[in-house]
Write a protein that binds this ligand. Structure first.
Ligand code: TMP
Length: 402
């Protein structure tokens, strides 16, 4: 695979084998045969310190009217976006006359905060299932991918924007060259681009290999973001670690010279260097750690089954697709998966075809074990599930097996 920025040919470091598309929950058993698989493997571009997957299906196949992920279903995330808004406000990154743009606005959970405070805003998202929900609450949304073409349309209609925000969407965009060119078109001279994503250092530390799936083309680090944006006259000037999605990082970007680089950024960059995030060998070790963890997970689940105990899956997350398919976990191990998203109910998990049931099936008849596929929402879930755990029920996940 050629890197779209440096043109360098990247050789794979580790493969998770044949993988289906993460959010491709299947409605009919007769469609199992038609399922699309690709080789999920990662590589590391040493020139720009960028961790990426090598092969990925075209995003039009999954970011469309069927996309089943809605931010607003998690109270914790809704709360997180209110705090994100307040933090940008405190930093004076926008004012009452500003125009704010969100890349990957999903159901509008973030933009609602700007709307509530009468700040003009616009979302861009190709997943119509989610953007329809945003439009229903009166938000202005363009149902499309954010790229140079869309940016030109936005610029022609609204002019430059003071602030571009994003959360968990930039890693979905394969062509970073096009993304940054699009930002260049719409961002004002003094404006900031602020986005947050799953953080590479957290993934390496936790061996949370399930962060890797077709929608996450990149897992970013500060070093990588700094190098990539510098190529286009932009500058990473601040960062802020976040606890969301199992450990994320918020990146603050401006045009070269528009803002002062913070001490906090310098400190976190040093931590990354100490942890060798810029070294190829780190990712070879990570691949080996994934293999070790895979075998631990399988053994743990097999032992529970041999003891005649029941295991269900908690949260039909996109991440669970990598766990189930890489670790060869099927219906003989996990009876079913419960999820609170109606759009996923009665469908089958990608690849291993475990059925997704409404959440009530969990409460109705507690199993002995629940595999916490939504481990990134652990705090919220443990509070909600006190009855399960106080009755002796146990949550398990690969994160705790590490
Ligand atoms: P995410 O890890 O990509 O945020 O996806 C979370 C999934 O887990 C989503 O399908 C909703 C589901 N979920 C539950 O079923 N119960 C819960 O309490 C939470 C927080 C999420």
């Amino acid at each position: 695979m050629n890197c779209k920025i440096t043109g360098k040919l990247l050789s794979p470091i580790h493969s998770f084998g044949k993988m289906p598309m993460a959010n491709n929950f299947i409605e009919n058993e007769k469609d199992f045969e038609k399922e699309y698989f690709f080789n999920l493997e990662f590589s590391f571009n040493e020139e720009i310190s960028l961790f990426q997957i090598n092969e990925y299906p075209d995003a039009k196949n999954f970011f469309n009217e069927k996309y089943p992920f809605f931010t607003g279903l998690s109270k914790y995330m809704v709360n997180h976006f209110e705090k994100y808004y307040n933090s940008l406000n405190k930093k004076n990154l926008f004012n009452k006359n500003s125009f704010v743009l969100e890349i990957g606005s999903n159901d509008g959970s973030f933009l609602k905060n700007f709307q509530k405070n009468n700040i003009k805003c616009l979302g861009v998202d190709p997943s119509k299932s989610a953007s329809d929900k945003a439009k229903n609450v009166g938000l202005q949304i363009i149902d499309d991918f954010f790229n140079v073409q869309t940016a030109k349309k936005i610029f022609n209609k609204f002019g430059k924007v003071d602030l571009i925000v994003s959360a968990n969407a930039i890693c979905h965009i394969p062509d970073l060259n096009d993304l940054i060119s699009a930002i260049d078109i719409v961002l004002s001279e003094k404006g900031s681009f602020v986005f947050e994503e799953n953080y590479l250092l957290e993934m390496i530390k936790k061996t949370s290999f399930d962060q890797i799936y077709n929608e996450h083309i990149y897992i970013f680090s500060l070093i990588a973001i700094d190098k990539v944006f510098s190529l286009y006259g932009f500058k990473l000037y601040d960062c802020e670690p976040q606890s969301t999605h199992g450990g994320s990082m918020r990146y603050y970007i401006c045009r070269e010279g528009a803002q002062k680089v913070t001490n906090r950024l310098k400190i976190h960059m040093q931590i990354e260097i100490k942890n060798k995030l810029d070294k190829f060998e780190t990712y070879v070790k990570f691949g080996n750690d994934c293999e070790i963890l895979k075998s631990k997970i399988y053994k743990k689940l097999k032992k529970i089954k041999n003891d005649n105990k029941r295991i269900i899956g908690y949260g039909a997350t996109a991440k669970s697709t990598t766990i189930l398919n890489y670790c060869e976990i099927d219906n003989n191990i996990i009876d079913f998966i419960v999820d609170t998203t109606p759009e996923k109910h009665w469908k089958f998990s990608p690849g291993k075809h475990i059925q997704i049931l409404p959440y009530e099936f969990f409460e109705k008849d507690y199993p002995e074990y629940a595999y916490l596929f939504a481990w990134n929402h652990k705090d919220e879930i443990l509070i909600k599930e006190k009855k399960f755990t106080s009755n002796g029920g146990k949550f398990i996940s690969h994160i705790d097996l590490k």
